[in-house]
Design a protein around this ligand. Structure first.
Ligand SMILES: [Zn+2]
Length: 410
């Protein structure tokens, strides 16, 4: 493939500047000025980021071949590119969960056979009695019942299992199963999974990171009060990062109505307006590290009967323009939470590096146009589940272009 030069305003964690990116053989060869005649030029209204990554999705396809009415790797990849996302990390709570070398390799073969334009990194599940794989992969531990069967009935069991995972990267779904049990009879979804469930689980997860020498990531963080626990753990030197979802910074419990309630159900649930603001601030001030969607492509009929989760890949880039244009996020901060940090997370498990506009990194780019308002319409979505919580919303900008390894794909 011939070298490609993309020119415009380059946005990375260390600042924005007018310049060019030269991509050769799918990899960034040079970044600067005067590299040659540009093949693509984007004007001042656009920002060129290193390809954005989503470290928490549920594509749902697995080796059983079931559930493909919700999504497949191919439809998740199409939704990702539509939203400006070039790499994703897929969660393991499949009917056939990847929990050991054999089951993990089987899911990996399925991904490879799909020949996807988006790079998939696979999590392995930690379930009762599992052991680390023979190679370095990211792990996911579910503490309490969510969607799927991959969870522990007691935290003591999880503690015992984690002892084998010293030195590994473990992501935690923080909801305390005993406290969930204690609130099961409450009348609303959010009252059945109150903030104290997440706070208690956060304390437990941080204790596990310390006790077992893990590198920890807290998934879809949603409770403002828990942020001080994360900061304190980092101050003690613990390697802990945190994800925040689009839904927890865009919606809150004050927006719930009888009509939208089923569509707004997810785990952890929507929180208070104060929590919503706290999550935005956490993404802005660095307490949170990743804008990760928890993309959960449940079908319309499933949502109507109260299955938890929302699809978010199609709208990732347009949503980011809301952070930039209406919530005061700097391009540098967006580069951190959407490109560099997700890239660093998956690059630890891969032979290539994602997430920076620098020589040696994968030559994938996400170009956002801050003057191209995007109205979210059901008929334009690529996710197979066919709906979005943002239908009817118009974001201030949109995705101008996506390059994957030097090739323009959107
Ligand atoms: Zn999830």
């Amino acid at each position: 493939m011939k070298p490609v030069i993309v020119e415009g305003v380059l946005a990375d964690v260390d600042g924005t500047r007018a310049g060019q990116v030269l991509i050769e053989g799918g990899t960034i060869a040079a970044v600067g000025r005067g590299l040659g005649k540009p093949d693509y030029t984007f004007d001042d209204g656009c920002l060129i980021f290193a390809g954005m990554g989503d470290v928490h999705i549920h594509a749902r396809e697995d080796v059983t071949g079931r559930e493909n009415y919700k999504e497949t790797f191919a439809t998740a990849a199409a939704a990702a590119l539509h939203g400006g996302v070039v790499h994703v990390a897929d969660m393991p709570n499949n009917p056939a969960a990847p929990v050991d070398d054999e089951s993990y390799a089987a899911k990996e073969r399925l991904v490879a056979a799909a020949e996807l334009p988006v790079t998939f990194t696979l999590y392995a599940g930690i379930g009762p009695g599992t052991r680390p794989l023979g190679r370095k992969v990211p792990y996911k531990a579910y503490m309490g019942p969510s969607v799927g069967d991959l969870y522990f009935r007691s935290l003591e069991d999880l503690d015992r299992t984690l002892a084998a995972y010293r030195g590994q990267a473990v992501s935690f779904h923080c909801e305390d199963p005993a406290l969930l049990e204690a609130h099961w009879a409450a009348s609303t979804h959010e009252d059945r999974r109150p903030p104290e469930c997440e706070l208690s689980a956060t304390r437990f997860a941080l204790a596990m990171v310390e006790k077992h020498g893990l590198s920890g990531k807290l998934c879809h963080y949603s409770v403002g009060e828990g942020l001080s626990l994360i900061r304190a753990a980092r101050a003690r030197g613990l390697p802990v990062t945190a994800e925040v979802t689009p839904h927890h910074v865009f919606f809150d419990t004050a927006m719930l109505t009888d009509a939208n309630r089923p569509w707004m159900q997810m785990n952890p649930p929507l929180r208070s307006p104060a929590d919503r603001e706290a999550m935005l601030e956490a993404l802005r001030d660095g307490t949170a590290d990743y804008l990760a969607t928890d993309h959960a492509p449940h079908a319309v009929a499933e949502k109507e009967r109260g299955v938890s989760g929302q699809p978010h890949l199609d709208t990732y880039g347009p949503f980011v323009t809301w952070l930039l244009a209406e919530r005061g996020f700097s391009p540098e901060r967006v580069a951190a939470v959407c490109s560099a940090n997700p890239g660093a997370f998956v690059s630890a498990f891969r032979a290539e590096k994602f997430g920076r506009l620098a020589p040696g990194y994968v030559g994938s780019l996400t170009v956002l146009d801050l003057r191209k308002p995007t109205a979210v319409r059901r008929e334009e979505l690529r996710t197979r589940c066919g709906w979005s919580p943002f239908e009817g919303v118009t974001f201030p900008g949109g995705v101008a272009a996506v390059f994957v390894r030097g090739r323009r794909v959107n």
